[in-house]
Design a protein around this ligand. Structure first.
Ligand code: AMP
Length: 191
C-alpha cells in the first residue's frame, strides 16, 4: 500500500495532478469535493446537507465529511493505495484519518503540497469557473473565503505532517507537465 495526500489551497491543481498520479502509481483517487458535488447533483441526503457549505465556500462539518471519506475507503478496499485529494482539511480530520487507517492496517506514506501564490490561484479559479460552472469558482468573495478556511483550519496540518516526517512541498507553478514531472520525481524517490 502506498497512500498519498495531495495537499494545497483551492486551485493549486490537486485534482488535475491526482489524476496523473492515480494512473502512474495505480492508486484509488478520493476527492471529497467531487464526492460532495456528486451527492449534490443526485440530490442525496448528504448532498442536501452539504450544499450550502459548498455554495458559500465553507468547510462541510467534520462529522459529515469524515464519515463520507471512511465509507468511500471501505467501499474500495481492494486497491494498491489511495490518493486523498481535498482531505484532510482540519486537524480533527487528519487525526481521524490516522486512527481510521490504522484500524484497517494502513497509514499515510506522504503528504505532498502544491505550492502556488494566492494571486495566481484567484485567476486560475476564475478561469476554471467559466468552464465548469462551479459557483464557488465564480465569485472572488467565495474564493477568498475558501482561502480563509484553508489558512484558519487547514494550514496547521503542514506541521502535523512535518512532525510525522511525511510532509513534502512541490512548486505548483509552471506547466501541468512540469508539475507532474516534479511529483513523479518526488514519489519515485519515496517508494
Ligand atoms: P474542492 O473541490 O476540494 O475544492 O472542495 C469544494 C468544497 O467541498 C469545499 O469548499 C468544501 O465546501 C467542501 N469540502 C471538500 N473537501 C472537504 C473537507 N475535507 N472538509 C470539509 N469540506 C470539504
Amino acid at each position: 500500500m502506498f497512500n498519498i495526500i495531495i495537499f494545497g489551497k483551492p486551485g493549486s491543481g490537486k485534482g488535475t495532478q491526482a489524476d496523473f498520479l492515480k494512473n502512474k502509481y495505480d492508486l484509488y483517487h478520493i476527492s471529497t469535493g467531487d464526492l460532495f458535488r456528486k451527492n449534490i447533483t443526485t440530490e442525496t441526503k448528504l448532498g442536501l446537507e452539504a450544499k450550502s457549505y459548498l455554495d458559500n465556500g465553507d468547510l462541510v462539518p467534520d462529522s459529515v465529511t469524515i464519515k463520507m471519506l471512511e465509507n468511500e475507503v471501505l467501499l474500495n478496499k481492494d486497491v494498491k493505495g489511495y490518493i486523498f485529494d481535498g482531505f484532510p482539511r482540519t486537524l480533527n480530520q487528519a487525526e481521524s484519518l490516522d486512527f481510521f487507517l490504522e484500524s484497517i492496517n494502513h497509514n499515510i506514506n506522504a503528504t505532498i503540497a502544491l505550492d502556488v501564490s494566492e494571486d495566481e490561484l484567484i485567476s486560475r479559479l476564475l478561469e476554471r469557473g467559466k468552464i465548469t460552472n462551479r459557483s464557488d469558482d465564480q465569485d472572488v468573495n467565495k474564493i477568498k473565503n475558501r482561502f480563509n478556511e484553508y489558512n484558519n483550519k487547514t494550514s496547521i496540518l503542514i506541521n502535523f505532517y512535518k512532525n510525522q516526517n511525511k510532509f513534502y512541498s512541490v512548486d505548483g507553478k509552471g506547466s501541468i507537465d512540469d508539475i507532474t514531472l516534479r511529483l513523479f520525481n518526488l514519489i519515485d524517490s519515496l517508494i
